[in-house]
Ligand binder design. Structure first.
Ligand code: ADP
Ligand code: C5P
Ligand code: MG
Length: 206
């Protein structure tokens, strides 16, 4: 296969991957980061759910099955294409920032993205024990309407996270790219630690 080079360089755009187990608080903290740091937020899960619900989607049934079973779709499939399709439009004099939430969840997704779109600047990782995540997800399930916020899907998602997604975090950790934050405190406390972690890596509010 011909060697590929990423479409954007780290000089042109800043990409932060936002990882953590299901229910660790990625979506919640993303809203804060968008407000204070000017990130464009892309959630792979949100994109998948939107496609699942889109009338006439040929992927709807397949996505529902992946989501209910807590399985990660392959690198060539929909979430990767969504994440790779967006075109950054930075304001003059500023560098566009992308916060990619819940992606990459599999090593092949990480390799594919960094080879074809842009190398990541850092990986923000929310570290949270399963009992805390489970309680949050069951509570969220009272109102979320999500197909996967139930005890059985949660168990499957935890397993996928440990077996498939933690190796991605470990791989980035070995490259010195991970900012790890304990996610058990209040939303405000976690955000304070998130801010501290990314500021130490040179990402400042704008
Ligand atoms: P993720 O995107 O990582 O799956 P969410 O941000 O959707 O997680 O959070 C999961 C649930 O937990 C949501 O209902 C959210 O309101 C709640 N939540 C998020 N962060 C905290 C926190 N620090 N303390 C308590 N509940 C939280
Ligand atoms: O991040 P979120 O919890 O919203 O993801 C929901 C589901 O979407 C995952 O459990 C998985 O089935 C699917 N997904 C995926 N690939 C990703 C992100 C999410 O297949 N990169
Ligand atoms: Mg989320």
């Amino acid at each position: 296969m011909a060697p590929t080079s990423p479409r954007f360089s780290s000089e042109e755009v800043t990409v932060v991957f936002f990882l953590g187990g299901p229910g660790s608080g990625k979506g919640t903290q993303s809203a804060n980061l968008v407000k204070d740091y000017g990130f464009v937020h892309l959630s792979a899960g949100d994109l998948l759910r939107a496609e699942q619900l889109r009338e006439g989607s040929q992927y709807g049934a397949m996505i529902k099955s992946y989501i209910t079973e807590g399985k990660i779709s392959p690198s060539t499939s929909f979430p990767t294409r969504c994440a790779t399709r967006s075109t950054p439009t930075p304001a003059p004099g500023t560098k566009a920032r992308f916060l990619i939430d819940g992606f990459p969840r599999k090593l092949d997704q990480a390799v594919f993205f960094e080879q074809t779109v842009c190398p990541s600047e850092l990986v923000l990782f929310l570290d949270c024990p399963e009992d805390v995540m489970e309680a949050r997800l069951l509570k969220r399930g009272e109102t979320s309407g999500r197909d996967d916020d139930n005890a059985e899907s949660i168990r499957k998602r935890f397993r996928t996270f440990v077996e498939t997604s933690m190796p991605v975090v470990d791989d980035f950790e070995a490259k010195g790219k991970v900012v790890k934050v304990q996610a058990t405190g209040s939303v405000e406390d976690v955000y304070a630690e998130v801010k501290k972690g990314i500021e130490e890596r040179g990402v400042h509010a704008r």
